[in-house]
Design a protein around this ligand. Structure first.
Ligand code: C5P
Length: 229
């Protein structure tokens, strides 16, 4: 039993345009990965942590784990190498987690400012019986579905939409089965939904926004400076 988390940090960060992979970009001298791990540890709900790093960056990722975990002995930790797509990286992380966990979280290192309480909220929803639980926020823009030519083919009712974040949490056997199906998706909940399991949305948080563009990084730096005041 217990809660394991896969922290995916193997993206290249092409859209950020930095000279290192995104997880190793720094805010005030601290890498996004270490900041993300600080959040995971501060949540107090995680027993085991696997970090998925870009090929060649495993040792640097291990340094981030060591910096974040003041007492590494309190948690089982591992660093593994990621894959070409996010789904491949999560699968690599899952393979390195213990087999006896009952809840597995998947968290994007790029959402490094996700508040610690978000982890507890997601775990509570899974322990409460949901196959999967994801943090989400109401969307402010109207979202269009378009075809390959950019022609609008539909407008889902905005009130029905949620922008979802990580950490996403799942019953461990369900998440493992979803990944065994071998399909790709932009989040893990989609794989679990595809198997017909119920995924619930819990209240997300603006600070769990993903850092993707240089503008996102500027915003995260400003937020982090405001927090330090
Ligand atoms: O690419 P995207 O912004 O959706 O990435 C979300 C998260 O997934 C990031 O934390 C990134 O490091 C991770 N990722 C990964 N392996 C990939 C692609 C993305 O671990 N091949």
């Amino acid at each position: 039993s217990g809660v394991g988390v896969v922290v995916v940090a193997a993206g290249s960060g092409t859209r950020l345009g930095a000279d290192v992979p995104k997880a190793f970009v720094e805010i005030d001298g601290v890498t996004l990965l270490e900041t993300a791990l600080d959040g995971v540890l501060a949540s107090g709900v995680v027993d085991e942590i696997v970090v998925v790093a870009p090929a060649g960056w495993e040792a640097r990722a291990q340094e981030c784990v060591d910096l974040a975990a003041s007492c590494p002995c309190a948690h089982r930790t591992a660093v593994v190498t990621g894959g070409a797509e996010r789904t491949d990286s999560v699968a690599a992380g899952l393979a390195a987690l213990s087999g006896d966990l009952d809840v597995i979280l998947v968290h994007d290192a790029a959402r490094c400012l996700a508040p610690p309480e978000l982890f507890g909220r997601v775990v509570a929803a899974v322990r409460g019986g949901a196959a999967g639980a994801v943090p989400g926020l109401a969307v402010v823009d109207t979202i269009k579905i378009v075809d390959a030519r950019g022609v609008v083919t539909g407008t889902p009712a905005r009130a029905d939409l949620r922008a979802v974040q990580t950490p996403q949490g799942f019953s461990a056997p369900v998440l493992r089965a979803a990944h065994a199906a071998g399909i790709q998706a932009t989040d893990d909940a989609a794989l679990v939904e595809a198997l017909g399991h119920e995924v619930v949305v819990v209240e997300g948080h603006p600070l769990a926004a993903k850092i993707t563009t240089p503008e996102d990084l500027h915003r995260a730096r400003a937020l982090s400076a405001a927090r330090a005041d």
